[in-house]
Design a protein around this ligand. Structure first.
Ligand SMILES: [Zn+2]
Length: 283
């Protein structure tokens, strides 16, 4: 399957080396929202969504002023997933499935631009986003992003198969080429999404790890390394810090295992995004 790598919500907060860029706190850092557009046999699928058209028109309305102020998003209609799908020559109506790593506002905002798509999410994430039980969850989950009442398809973490050492893995349908992999930690029902799509480095699966980690060296360097600000931010947001850390260990093992033939990347690393976008041009 051909996969397009799209950045559908670029954020440019101040933070320099504190957030993984260069220099002092006054320097801006480029943080992407890595969305996959998957060309399937008879349809299209998205992994995560980034921003919606209406967010480009009025960023603070759904994202809220604190998010806009702290992350400085570059919101333009042309960069939203629905515009990118059209620009590639496809009809957005052919996006039949959206697989969402979790329902944080920067991942779920674009759902509204694909009202007819089936939205795949873990049961635990759907429950957490609807209950909004804690202060952090009231901040991160924005009900307006699913006010259009999407066609949810929830995946229960108690069922499924083992895949590369990960439990409760479920394909979204009989094709078994897009898998939902529960990776609790960043949120209560966070998941990674595996897509079968060979890339030039010999790997056969892409593993979109969502917000399981934020910085490429957290998973791909030995010893692992994460800038202080990003490290603090991840711990602050996580409802289950132990699970988050354990799942990072599993992702490190998977990324290092050549036999698994799986390319691991997260939602927000511009380094990983640029590498994959470059490779996709040579497929
Ligand atoms: Zn995120």
């Amino acid at each position: 399957m051909r996969v397009h790598h799209l950045d559908c919500l670029t954020m440019c907060p101040y933070g320099g080396s504190f957030l993984g860029g260069e220099g002092g706190l006054g320097k801006r850092v480029r943080i992407v929202a890595h969305v996959l557009l998957v060309e399937r046999k008879n349809a299209l699928a998205l992994v995560d969504t980034g921003a919606a058209l209406q967010d480009a028109d009025d960023p603070a309305k759904r994202f809220g002023k604190p998010f806009v102020w702290s992350s400085s998003p570059r919101l333009e209609r042309d960069r939203c997933a629905v515009s990118r799908v059209r620009a590639l020559g496809f009809d957005p109506k052919d996006v039949t499935d959206i697989v969402i790593t979790h329902l944080d506002l920067d991942h779920a905002a674009g759902l509204v631009d694909f009202p007819n798509a089936t939205v795949h999410v873990t049961s635990a994430e759907h429950a957490a986003a609807t209950a909004r039980a804690t202060l952090v969850e009231k901040m991160r989950y924005v009900p307006a992003m699913w006010a259009h009442d999407p066609k949810w398809k929830t995946h229960d973490a108690k069922s499924g198969d083992i895949w590369n050492g990960f439990e409760s893995v479920r394909p979204i349908d009989d094709e078994e080429e897009i898998l939902v992999i529960p990776l609790r930690g960043h949120t209560r029902g966070h998941a990674a999404v595996a897509v079968r799509s060979p890339i030039p480095n010999g790997r056969e699966w892409l593993l979109h790890a969502g917000d399981s980690y934020f910085f490429h060296d957290e998973i791909h360097a030995t010893p692992p390394r994460c800038p202080t600000g990003l490290s603090f931010y991840q711990t602050f947001l996580a409802p289950d810090e132990d699970a988050r850390k354990q799942n990072q260990d599993r992702l490190r093992r998977l990324a290092a295992d050549k036999d698994a033939k799986t390319h691991v990347f997260c939602a927000h690393s511009s380094t990983e995004f640029d590498e994959l976008e470059r490779m996709a041009k040579h497929v």
